[in-house]
Each structure stands twice: as structure tokens, then as C-alpha cells.
Write a protein that binds this ligand. Structure first.
Ligand SMILES: Cc1cc2nc3c(=O)[nH]c(=O)nc-3n(C[C@H](O)[C@H](O)[C@H](O)COP(=O)(O)OP(=O)(O)OC[C@H]3O[C@@H](n4cnc5c(N)ncnc54)[C@H](O)[C@@H]3O)c2cc1C
Length: 367
């Protein structure tokens, strides 16, 4: 009998396992594929109080709170992961620009910056923006620089897997959980396609799979939102900061010289194929904000599915069964807010004081 079984080995499951194992709990992750190879792998990896474009306004202040509480953690966490795994996840605090396409956007961005408390923020008028990031369009009306940066998500999953295994977390891969088992409203374990595993607590961290695990109460109302992405060889551009627009797209300079251009937001089932409309929108909007990318070679394209809940806020905390916990449904903003989300979920399980008010994320709002 384990203390905790975690369903899903994405960023939420791996960080939760690491945190709980450090308190001495026996922890098993059951992952149907490879750890870190789900939505976490597909992400742009932007860490910013502003969130990814589009998600910022929808999730409102509770979304912002998870991101700002996590911002403080990422520097320490990236160092700890490097130490525990021997892997540099290329976390860089290179700054995030929220650019204004016209005067109206410039005004509303500055207005929101004052009201939303995005931490330290500095307005760059067009002439300063041009000298700081020469590859951006001359037509922009300025940009707000906020704290933040990005990390290499493709290194994050494998690094966390190594760190977890070294700590003594059991990780079972290629094994799907088919049902959460309970007796008298108390969790007893899970049934998988390879047998039953017993535990006194189960965490649902299964991303878009969280909506379809029988036995979960409540059933998370999560819908996959597809995001199509393009990676370019953009060493010649010299882009330094993450560049975001109010309604997408965004540009993310990686440490290896690639620049990511993302991402579409589509509710189109679970079809991972890229579309003509999706890619052409990304390319036309991308060249509008940074005309020089037209000369860049495309290195890779892919898509991923954001685990988006019906109110755009994650489910963090206990469900309707004794021993059933959720840390899932982060939708478009799940890498940046992960440290605070996991600290909150594990504090609620351990009976510690929650680091932030848990009410907005309570899974029971869907009961
Ligand atoms: C294109 C794109 C760009 C994004 N950009 C950003 C960004 O810049 N910044 C940001 O903060 N967020 C971003 N996100 C969102 C972020 O990536 C996600 O919110 C986050 O990765 C979700 O992590 P997770 O651990 O909940 O899910 P996942 O990473 O999907 O992990 C869940 C795991 O559960 C496993 N699983 C599912 N069902 C079962 C089952 N029944 N049994 C066993 N295992 C199961 C899956 O195989 C998977 O490995 C982006 C997302 C996309 C798609």
C-alpha cells in the first residue's frame, strides 16, 4: 500500500511527486506514455505574471495570483532541478514584452498594468523598443516590459523524471489508469490496464486525460484546446526577450537560438494535425510583428492540447472522496503557475497552511 498514487507524469504530476516524496511519503506516478511527453512537451514554456496572451484576462485575478506566486519560485526551482538531475532546463529571466499594435492598445496595456499589479513593469515607447529589439516592426506603438522569461520544456520533463527517480519516486510508464477505486467514499487505489495499485491517496494530474478517469468525483469539465506551434532557426534575428501580443501570437527566443512562434487556440477535439488556416494565421500575424522572420528557416511544427477547464481556472485541492486530490486543468498557463499550484495542492493534502487562498481553485465548484 503506497501513501500516494499520482495519475499522470506531466509537470503537475512530476512536481507533486517530488514535493511529496521530500516529506517522506511513498509515491508512485502512473503514466500512460512517457513522463513529460504530453502537453508539457508541446508548451512554449513562457514564465510570466502576464500569462500567455488571451489566458490573462479570462482567468482574472486568481490566475494572476498563481502566476505571481510562482514567479518567485522558478529561479530557485530551476537551480534545484539542475542539482538533483544534472540537467540545465535553460530557464532564462530574459524579460517579457507585451507589445501594443496601435495607440488604443498602448493605452489599455498601460491602464491594465496599473490596475493588475504585474510586478515591476516598464513602458518602452516605440523608439526605445526599436533600439532594444530591432527585429520588431517599426509600426508598433510601444511595449510594456514585465518580469519573466522562458524555459526549455523538452528538458524539463526528463530532468524532473531523473530527479523524482533519484528521490525514490516509483514511476510506472506505459500504463493507463482506468478507474479510481474507493470504498465508503474513501480512496483505496487505482485499477490500471496492468492490474490494481493500492494507496491511501490519489492525485489526478492527467492533463486532458483528467476528464475521463472513471471514479473521479467531481468529473473535471476539461476540454482540450489545440495550439499549433512553429519553431524557426532565428539566430540572425537577435531577439532577446519573449514578445507577446494582446491576442496572440507570441515569439519565444530559446537559449539554443531557435525562436518559437505560437500559438493557435482551437477547440477541435483531439486531432493533433496542423491546419492550413492555423499555420497561415501564425505566419501572417508573426511577420506583422516581426517582419524579419520571413527570412527564417522553419525547423519544426507541432501541436499540443491545453487542458482547459470550463471557467479557465485549474482544479487544485480535494475532491468529493476522502483521499482524492486534483492538480489539473491549467489550460493555456500551466508551466508558469506550476510551482505555486503544486505547493497549494500538497499543502492541502498534508494539512499545512495553504500558501494562497485555495477557494477559487476548489474542485468542488464542479460538484
Ligand atoms: C501550444 C501550447 C503552448 C503553451 N504555452 C505555455 C506557456 O508558454 N506557458 C505556460 O505556462 N503554459 C503553456 N501551455 C500550457 C501548459 O503546457 C499546460 O497547462 C501544462 O503543460 C499542463 O501540464 P499537465 O501536467 O497538467 O499535463 P500534461 O503535461 O499533459 O501531463 C499529463 C500526463 O498525464 C498522462 N495521462 C493522461 N491520462 C492518463 C491515464 N488515464 N493514466 C495514466 N496517465 C495518464 C498523459 O500521458 C500526460 O503525460 C501551453 C500549452 C500548449 C498546448
Amino acid at each position: 500500500m503506497r501513501d500516494v498514487i499520482i495519475i499522470g507524469g506531466g509537470i503537475m504530476g512530476l512536481l507533486t511527486a517530488r514535493e511529496l516524496r521530500k516529506t517522506g511519503r511513498s509515491v508512485t506516478i502512473i503514466e500512460k506514455g512517457r513522463p513529460g511527453a504530453g502537453t508539457t512537451w508541446a508548451s512554449a514554456g513562457i514564465i510570466s505574471a502576464h500569462g500567455t496572451s488571451g489566458s490573462a484576462d479570462i482567468a482574472g485575478l486568481p490566475g494572476l495570483r498563481l502566476r505571481t506566486a510562482s514567479d518567485e519560485d522558478w529561479t530557485q526551482l530551476a537551480e534545484a532541478i539542475a542539482e538533483e538531475s544534472g540537467t540545465d532546463i535553460e530557464y532564462r529571466l530574459n524579460g517579457v514584452l507585451l507589445i501594443a499594435l496601435d495607440e488604443a492598445e498602448a493605452e489599455s496595456i498601460q491602464e491594465k498594468a496599473r490596475a493588475r499589479e504585474w510586478g515591476e513593469a516598464e513602458w518602452m515607447p516605440p523608439e526605445v523598443l526599436r533600439s532594444e529589439e530591432p527585429c520588431l516592426s517599426d509600426d508598433l506603438a510601444g511595449a510594456l516590459q514585465v518580469m519573466g522569461g522562458n524555459l526549455e520544456v523538452r528538458k524539463l520533463g526528463p530532468a524532473l523524471e531523473i530527479a523524482c527517480r533519484r528521490l525514490g519516486v516509483e514511476i510506472i510508464t506505459g500504463c493507463a489508469v482506468e478507474e479510481i477505486l474507493s470504498v465508503d467514499a474513501k480512496v483505496t487505489g487505482v485499477r490500471t490496464d496492468a492490474g490494481v495499485h493500492e494507496a491511501t491517496a490519489v492525485f489526478i494530474c492527467a492533463g486532458i486525460g483528467s476528464r475521463s478517469v472513471p471514479g473521479a468525483v467531481p468529473r473535471p469539465p476539461i476540454t482540450p484546446q489545440r495550439g499549433q506551434m512553429i519553431a524557426m532557426d532565428a539566430r540572425a534575428l537577435g531577439l532577446e526577450r519573449v514578445v507577446m501580443t494582446v491576442n496572440d501570437p507570441y515569439l519565444v527566443p530559446r537559449a539554443d537560438g531557435r525562436v518559437l512562434l505560437g500559438a493557435t487556440r482551437e477547440f477541435a477535439g483531439e486531432d493533433p494535425r496542423l491546419t492550413v488556416g492555423g499555420l497561415s494565421w501564425l505566419l501572417s500575424e508573426g511577420t506583422r510583428i516581426a517582419p524579419d522572420i520571413a527570412a527564417c528557416a522553419i525547423e519544426e511544427t507541432w501541436s499540443g492540447f491545453r487542458p482547459t477547464s470550463s471557467d479557465y481556472l485549474p482544479l487544485i485541492g480535494q475532491g468529493a472522496l476522502d483521499g482524492l486530490y486534483f492538480c489539473t486543468g491549467h489550460g493555456p498557463s500551466g508551466i508558469g503557475p506550476a510551482p505555486a499550484s503544486v505547493r497549494l495542492a500538497t499543502a492541502l493534502y498534508l494539512g499545512d497552511a495553504p500558501p494562497i487562498d485555495p477557494a477559487p481553485y476548489d474542485p468542488m465548484r464542479f460538484a
